[in-house]
Design a protein around this ligand. Structure first.
Ligand code: SF4
Length: 386
């Protein structure tokens, strides 16, 4: 098998690690480009959401590069994502590609289906049950560290004294983490990563805005589609925190170790505005915005792919959250036509608004917040920026 997967944020790093653990021949999907989007948009239905189009484009490029097995996540619930693997299979087969598609259902949907999906890639003669579980636990621990690197980078970039120092620390942190294999090595790598970020010089006098980023996971995590929002804001002296991380979606039991709030806390924060699941990350977008508002953030940026039903619901609810909690929320709808200039103009207007409305007080939520070198970004129990 020559296996490939969709690309999304840190995902290639994680799949590469798993491939190495189980001796799988992995073809890394190409980075997103205009060509990827052009291929996807020309093959996928016009009103499908952007992730479907982007993944179809990626799969075509991966198959052209020699992959013969494609891995795709499954799902259930109100979002269309659960159908996407099958739709992608039909689109690609119609184009004449021959390949094997393995659907990995999340354990929360069906433990049996998740296990059988895994076993199609890692058969028992490659890894017995005990080995499989041990290696998956190690990989999950590593995913948390990769996500923490992103989280800490976003928290510190806007405050770095020397431009580029956070990027350098993050690059080194990624190589240190990628090289760790056993549980002990991963724990040591995490300490080294913390040290690298602690060594970054900060400008304590800079008056930084604090902005939360929420929305649909694919657009929030993939810099090509969110116009590298973390870097863009960081260069303008903004401290950024994201509600969505790969580790949180993969972590059993909805604990969200990187964001720092478990699913019940998010649902409680969203409850005055939205009381039930709407699919995708819709409920998380609303709950996280309420949490950011209560923590005194200056604004929230909400990303949604065009025609994404869960986030369209969240967008309409966020208008009320914004008004009642007094926090500016900018919803940015992204599709293959979205241009950088238009997005940047709206972001600049948001920064102007946030500066003029600078909120001075921080209202603690359930007493969980403490002050730290990065203001009240740190959470007891969550992954804290050093
Ligand atoms: S959450 Fe939205 S964008 Fe993502 S797959 Fe579902 S409908 Fe599409």
């Amino acid at each position: 098998m020559r296996v490939s997967t969709p690309r999304m944020g840190n995902l290639p790093l994680i799949v590469e690690d798993l491939a190495c653990r189980f001796g799988i021949d992995y073809i890394e999907p190409p980075v997103f480009s205009e060509e990827t989007v052009r291929i996807g948009a020309s093959l996928a239905p016009e009103f499908a959401c952007l992730p479907l189009k982007a993944v179809v484009g990626t799969f075509v490029q991966a198959l052209e590069a020699g992959a013969d097995t494609l891995l795709m996540g499954g799902g259930s619930g109100p979002c269309r994502f659960g159908y996407y693997a099958e739709i992608q299979r039909r689109i690609l087969e119609k184009e004449g590609y021959r390949f094997k598609l393995i659907i990995l259902d999340p354990p929360s949907t069906s433990l049996k289906a998740a296990y059988s999906g895994l076993r199609s890639i890692v058969p028992p003669d490659v890894a017995r049950f005990g080995t499989l579980v041990r290696e998956l636990r190690r990989a999950l621990a590593k995913v948390v560290v990769f996500d923490e690197i992103e989280k800490w980078g976003l928290a510190l970039k806007g405050r770095e004294a020397e431009p580029g120092s956070v990027e350098r620390a993050a690059e080194e942190a990624c190589s240190v983490t990628a090289a760790a294999f056993t549980g002990k090595e991963i724990r040591r790598a995490r300490r080294e990563v913390q040290q690298l970020f602690e060594n970054v010089g900060l400008d304590d006098d800079r008056q930084c805005l604090r902005i939360g980023v929420v929305g649909e996971i694919f657009v929030v995590l993939e810099p090509y589609f969110n116009f590298d929002i973390g870097n863009w804001l960081g260069k303008r002296g903004v401290v950024v925190e994201r509600s969505v991380h790969i580790a949180d979606t993969a972590y059993p039991g909805g604990r969200n170790p990187v964001f720092g709030y478990d699913e019940r806390q998010v649902a409680r924060a969203a409850a005055p505005y939205l009381t039930h699941e709407v699919g995708g990350d819709g409920l998380l977008s609303v709950g996280a915005t309420a949490i950011f508002a209560r923590r005194g953030f200056d604004a929230v940026i909400h990303f949604l792919p065009f025609t994404c039903m869960p986030e369209v619901i969240a967008k309409s609810v966020l208008a009320r959250v914004s008004e009642e909690m007094g926090i500016p929320v900018l919803s940015l709808t992204i599709d293959e036509q979205t241009g950088r200039a238009g997005v940047e103009t709206r972001l600049e207007a948001l920064l102007d608004l946030a500066r003029s409305k600078r909120r001075r007080e921080t209202i603690p939520l359930e007493g969980r917040f403490s002050t730290s070198p990065t203001g009240d970004l740190s959470l007891r129990g969550g992954s804290q920026p050093p």
